[in-house]
Design a protein around this ligand. Structure first.
Ligand code: PAF
Length: 281
């Protein structure tokens, strides 16, 4: 595996990989890799003859009071895991390579990026779409793989790729979970032992709301119960528990088409998100 940190070296290495005309798959990450990321890498190997993984903790997608400085960084361990998984290139640009002095371009995807995390974290999805567009231009993949844990992010990227005619296949991978059901996330590393136990209330509350809504209970009541469960387990603030159209992420009051139930809330200093499919009968 080549670990690269500058654009000329990346260009040369990508040109060499692409010279056989076989598909190249990209897995964009912010590092602190866990089994969820490694499942994305495995999926990338199924779709690409060549696999590039990027690690870049993107300052533009963190708000002023968020965890940019504290975000876990484990470059050496990440590199070992990726080399063992047969990755061809680890692309790890420093911040001044991604955003050189004078950098001035922003990509904003309206509509799908506006509610949910877009409302709770102003500017977050501009940061995500900007960096992902740049990663696509730098690596020039045929296919890119993202986790469904960040469901709204996946929807924003799908929209951007269509709107900008980027011609890249975007694949979403089901959320990888710990044995007890908690969605794997690099941020789980922040949780104390006690918080780790309480965190389970999030997937459980969403699971219970899904059951109620699918059996015909009123959406509003099911969402309110989920919020109450989270509050009882110490989540504060609860940014949202919402039932949304699975493609557009517009809020839904009645389950009349495929939907997604999404939740985001803070436990102590850690903000957790999760989501599950909700299907009409
Ligand atoms: O999901 C992530 O890890 C990040 O948001 C991404 C897609 C790598 C962009 O920085």
């Amino acid at each position: 595996m080549q670990t690269l940190r500058d654009l000329p070296a990346l260009r040369t290495a990508v040109d060499a990989l692409k010279s056989d005309g076989k598909p190249l798959a990209l897995v964009p990450t912010m590092g602190a890799l866990h089994d969820g990321h490694m499942a994305l890498v495995e999926e990338a190997r199924r779709h690409g003859r060549h696999v590039v993984v990027s690690i870049f903790v993107n300052p533009r997608q963190f708000g002023p009071n968020e965890d940019l400085d504290a975000y876990p960084r484990r470059e050496a361990k990440d590199a070992q895991m990726l080399a063992a998984a047969g990755v061809d290139i680890l692309w790890m640009p420093p911040v001044d390579v991604m955003y050189p002095v004078g950098y001035a371009t922003n990509i904003g995807v309206s509509g799908v990026s506006e509610g949910l995390d877009g409302a709770a974290r102003p500017g977050h999805f501009d940061g995500v779409s900007t960096v992902v567009a740049k990663l696509f231009n730098q690596v020039r993949p045929d296919v890119a793989i993202f986790g469904e844990k960040d469901y709204q992010q996946l929807a924003v990227i799908r929209r951007m790729v269509i709107d900008l005619n980027q011609g890249i296949d975007i694949l979403g991978m089901p959320t990888q979970r710990a044995e007890d059901g908690l969605a794997l996330s690099s941020r789980n590393a922040y949780l104390s032992e006690e918080e780790r136990k309480a965190a389970l209330a999030l997937p459980r509350a969403l699971g219970e709301a899904k059951r109620q809504i699918e059996k015909g209970d009123a959406v509003e009541g099911a969402l309110a119960k989920a919020v109450a469960t989270l509050a009882a387990h110490g989540f504060d603030p609860i940014d949202y528990v919402a039932l949304c159209d699975a493609a557009t992420l517009q809020p839904m009051a009645v389950l009349d088409r495929p939907a997604r139930l999404l939740g985001a809330a803070k436990l102590g200093k850690t903000r957790l998100i999760d989501n599950i499919a909700v299907d009409p009968a």
